[in-house]
Design a protein around this ligand. Structure first.
Ligand code: MTE
Length: 316
């Protein structure tokens, strides 16, 4: 059985004391059929209150990286969410009053029938799993984060795509009243990302609704986001409102912005540098020095077959 961390590292050394103590109180179900979802999910209004909401996790133990988990504070204070700000340390404050309820996720395109899912319905639809993943940003910093969510493959099955669906396109909310960063033409808004169907169906692809046993904080993409651990962070779209099944490769926001710097695949690849910096090494947040970046962010055993025969210099 995989363990979350080596026995030499105490949980109390990894996260702050308060959080560590809180983690001990979480309810862990023994089977995937244990009821999942929020405790008092209707009661939160304010972010402060919301961040105290705990998630019931039905399954832990699969897809756990045996490396030191990044502190909750770092993972939630150093964030990329350009709809609020391009300043990583500014997003948290600017997103505090972002409204994540009510929230609807629309499913469109090549599906048997278009659907709309309410966020509460989605959270209760699948048993929630904790997955501790390596998290690598294209800007060459990395973290290890315990995400909570459900498999994207399971969600896609519920969407009933037709055989014409070759890619999935995801779109973030566009709401200039709530998102001050949208006033700057940094990207072609709304934020759009995409995956090839086989990538989206891979068991590692996660739809996250929480992290560190709590609901996703706004700055980390509440109420629902992707986490694709073998790809650079920009593929993991936040605060998603639309999922569209399509025949052609979607034009993601980053590819539209700078195709010479950001490709559709966005796979972590130490052998293909970003034009402005190396991708061979990374700075693990909370550590001194740099460490070598592994191919596919350390998930090569599990995902490399998705790219057999592809020239990864061309399809970056
Ligand atoms: N999604 C949206 N909608 N807007 C963004 O600016 N930034 C991406 C990705 N998803 C982004 C987004 C980038 S560049 C990264 S590295 C990750 O989110 C950061 O996720 P984190 O802040 O939870 O670490």
């Amino acid at each position: 059985m995989l363990v979350k961390k080596p026995p030499c590292i105490k949980s109390s050394e990894i996260t702050d004391k308060k959080l560590y103590m809180n983690r001990r109180q979480f309810i862990v179900g023994s089977t995937a059929l244990v009821t999942s979802g929020l405790i008092h999910s209707s009661s939160f209004q304010e972010t402060e209150e919301k961040s105290k909401q705990k998630l019931k996790v039905a399954k832990r133990g699969e897809h756990m990286v045996k490396e030191k988990v990044t502190s909750f504070d770092e993972a939630t204070s150093y964030t990329n969410f350009y709809e609020f700000s391009t300043g990583k340390r500014s997003v948290k404050k600017l997103s505090q009053s972002f409204r994540t309820r009510p929230w609807t996720l629309s499913v469109e395109g090549e599906v048997k029938q278009p659907k709309k899912f309410d966020i509460e319905e989605l959270i209760h639809m699948f048993p929630l799993e904790e997955r501790v993943y390596r998290w690598r940003c294209v800007e060459a910093w990395s973290m290890v984060i315990p995400w909570i969510g459900f498999s994207l493959a399971g969600f896609i099955k519920k969407c009933e795509p037709t055989s014409k669906a070759k890619y999935v396109e995801f779109t973030t909310l566009y709401d200039p009243d709530q998102m001050p960063g949208l006033s700057a033409p940094v990207l072609d808004w709304p934020y759009v990302e995409g995956l090839r169907m086989d990538e989206a169906m891979h068991p590692l692809a996660l739809v996250a609704v929480g992290m560190y046993d709590e609901l996703l904080p706004n700055q980390n993409g509440a109420p629902i986001r992707l986490v694709i651990p073998w790809k650079y962070g920009f593929k993991s779209i936040k605060s998603t409102v639309k999922v569209r099944f399509v025949q052609k490769m979607p034009k993601s926001s980053w590819v539209r912005k700078k195709p010479e710097e950001y490709g559709f695949f966005g796979n972590v690849n130490p052998n293909v540098d970003h034009p402005r910096w190396t991708q061979a090494t990374e700075r693990r947040i909370g550590e001194e020095g740099r460490r070598k970046t592994p191919m596919f962010n350390g998930y090569a055993d599990q995902v490399s077959q998705l790219y057999t025969g592809m020239n990864l210099r061309k399809f970056y």
